[in-house]
Design a protein around this ligand. Structure first.
Ligand code: GRF
Length: 192
């Protein structure tokens, strides 16, 4: 199963997928890593692992992912033979034409139990809201923000003395197990 990973930040989820591949739990290969943030540590992690890692230049737009850029990225992913696209901390909304090129083949991981707390800093939303429980969700990507069909979730408790950071750390531990597990399951399904 050839994977393409899109991120913007530290890339710890990309790393978790890589580690699962290395340990033989996940039969896949990451063939391309793209980051819209040239400073994203995800690029360095990928290059250290010998994976082609490139910057998506969004032409100075802070949050927009221009349509022609999405077309170019989709073409680049196809060209690399990518069968499944994993968004891992990618901070721009993926829409057409990427969704057309990879129908039901784009996944995202989100740090809450969707549909609760979509959008930015979901862990902070949970703490501010006084939630007793949160977690993470892997879902298919559709044109909305964190709205696509849910594949699997993992729960964590929110503790009385949690800060946004401490909750995010607890959620990330679960993310790093959940994401490789879901990718492996989808890989199996696609092979059938
Ligand atoms: C994760 O918490 C993920 O759920 C969210 O962004 C964060 C990315 O972390 N979408 P990393 O770059 O994988 O370390």
């Amino acid at each position: 199963l050839k994977l393409g990973v899109l991120g913007s930040g530290s890339g710890s989820n990309m790393q978790a997928i890589l580690d699962a591949i290395d340990s033989g739990e996940l039969h896949a290969e990451i063939v391309l890593v793209l980051s819209d943030n040239p400073e994203g540590y995800i690029l360095e992690r990928a290059r250290k692992a010998g994976i082609v890692a490139e910057v998506i230049d969004c032409g100075g737009y802070k949050t927009k992912f221009p349509e022609e850029k999405q077309a170019a990225v989709a073409a680049q992913l196809k060209e690399a033979g990518v069968e499944l696209v994993c968004l891992a901390g990618f901070m721009r909304l993926v829409k057409q034409p990427m969704l057309d090129v990879f129908p039901e083949r784009i996944l995202n991981i989100h740090p809450s139990l969707l549909p609760a707390y979509p959008g930015l800093m979901a862990w902070k939303q949970a703490v501010d809201d006084g939630a007793q429980e949160s977690g993470c969700t892997v879902h298919y990507v559709d044109a909305g923000m964190d709205t696509g069909p849910i594949i699997k979730q993992a729960k964590v408790p929110v503790l009385a003395d949690d800060t946004a950071d401490s909750l995010h750390q607890r959620i990330q531990v679960e993310e790093h197990k959940l994401y490789p597990e879901v990718v492996a399951a989808i890989g199996q399904k696609l092979r059938q």
